[in-house]
Design a binder for this molecule. Structure first.
Ligand code: UDP
Length: 261
C-alpha cells in the first residue's frame, strides 16, 4: 500500500484489479488478532491488533470508587478512559485527552454498560482503560471490542460480549471495516456495535451520505461481518483457558514425576 502523506489522499480507493488499496475485497475484514490476560497488574486485560490498529484494554473492579463523590448507593459505576498514544497517529497527537477521546470513552461506556449487572455492585466502580498504541481507522469499534474482552478476562459477570466495526462507502461501493485512509477519503463511515445477548445495536454513528435503503444494506453487511469478529473474541477467551488447562496438567505431571523420584 502506498505511503499516504498527511492529507494527500489517493484519487481511487480501488486498485485496477478491483481490490481495495490494501488488497481486500469489499466484504473482507482486515487481519484481526486478540489475546486476553496480557497485563498482570490489572484485574483483566486484552490486546488487539486489527489491521494496523494496536490497542490494549485493562479493567479494574469491582473496587472502591475514586473520587468518592462519584459512588452510587444503588449500583456500581462504570468509567471508561479511551486514550491515544502521542505516537499512534501520523501527526503527533497532543498528549492531553481531547474532545474526541472523551466522546469515544463515552461511546465505549454506552456499549459496555448494558452487558454488566451494575445493580449487583452498589458503591463500587469498574474502570476500563484503553490505550491506542497505533491507530489506522475504526479505533472506537476496535476499542469497544477489546474492552468487552478485558471485562470478560477480569471474570466480571456479563450478559454477553459486544462486537463493533465500521462499514462505509468508498468510491460509491459499500465495504466493511474501513481502514484509516478509507475512513478519511471515503464517502460514508458507519460504526456499528451489536450486543450478542439480545442482538441489539448499541452503537450507531454516521458520517456521510446515504438513504434509508442503503442504510439497511449497510446494517446487513455489518451484522454478517460482526459474527466473525465475535467468533475471534470467543476464540481468544477460550485459548486462555486451554492454555491454563495445559499448564495445570503439565504442573501435575511434573509434581507426580518428582514424587516418584
Ligand atoms: N486520527 C488521527 N489523528 C487523530 C485522531 C484520529 O490521525 O488525532 C486517525 C486515526 O487513524 C483514526 C482515524 O483518524 O483511527 C479515524 O478517526 P475517527 O475519529 O473517525 O475514529 P475511529 O475511526 O478511529 O473510530
Amino acid at each position: 500500500m502506498p505511503l499516504i502523506i498527511k492529507d494527500e489522499y489517493p484519487e481511487n480507493l480501488f486498485r485496477e484489479d478491483g481490490k481495495r488499496l490494501d488488497g481486500r475485497d469489499v466484504n473482507e475484514l482486515r487481519p484481526i488478532k486478540m489475546e486476553v490476560g496480557v497485563i498482570k497488574n490489572a484485574d483483566g486485560s486484552a490486546y488487539l491488533e486489527w489491521g494496523n490498529n494496536k490497542i490494549f484494554a485493562t479493567v479494574y473492579g469491582p473496587r472502591e470508587v475514586h473520587p468518592h463523590h462519584l459512588a452510587k448507593p444503588d449500583k456500581g459505576v462504570l468509567r471508561v478512559f479511551y486514550r491515544m498514544a502521542t505516537f499512534s497517529v501520523f501527526d503527533r497527537k497532543r498528549p492531553a485527552p481531547g474532545r474526541r477521546e472523551k466522546e469515544i470513552s463515552m461511546i465505549v461506556a454506552d456499549c459496555i454498560e448494558p452487558l454488566l449487572f451494575l445493580e449487583l455492585y452498589p458503591g463500587t466502580s469498574f474502570e476500563v482503560f484503553i490505550e491506542v498504541i497505533d491507530a489506522d481507522g475504526g479505533t472506537r469499534c476496535a476499542s469497544t471490542t477489546v474492552a468487552a474482552l478485558a471485562l470478560a478476562d477480569a471474570g466480571i459477570p456479563m450478559k454477553s460480549l459486544v462486537s463493533a466495526l465500521a462499514v462505509g462507502k468508498i468510491d460509491g461501493k459499500k465495504v466493511v471495516d474501513l481502514s484509516g485512509i478509507e475512513d478519511k477519503a471515503g464517502e460514508a463511515d458507519f460504526p456499528i456495535a451489536i450486543t450478542w445477548y439480545n442482538e441489539e445495536i448499541s452503537l450507531l454513528q454516521f458520517d456521510g451520505d446515504m438513504d434509508l435503503e442503503e442504510m439497511n444494506e449497510f446494517l446487513d453487511l455489518a451484522k454478517n461481518a460482526l459474527k466473525d469478529v465475535h467468533q475471534i473474541q470467543l476464540e481468544a477467551l477460550k485459548s486462555k483457558y486451554i492454555k491454563l488447562q495445559e499448564e495445570t496438567i503439565q504442573t501435575k505431571e511434573n509434581n507426580d514425576k518428582k514424587g516418584d523420584e
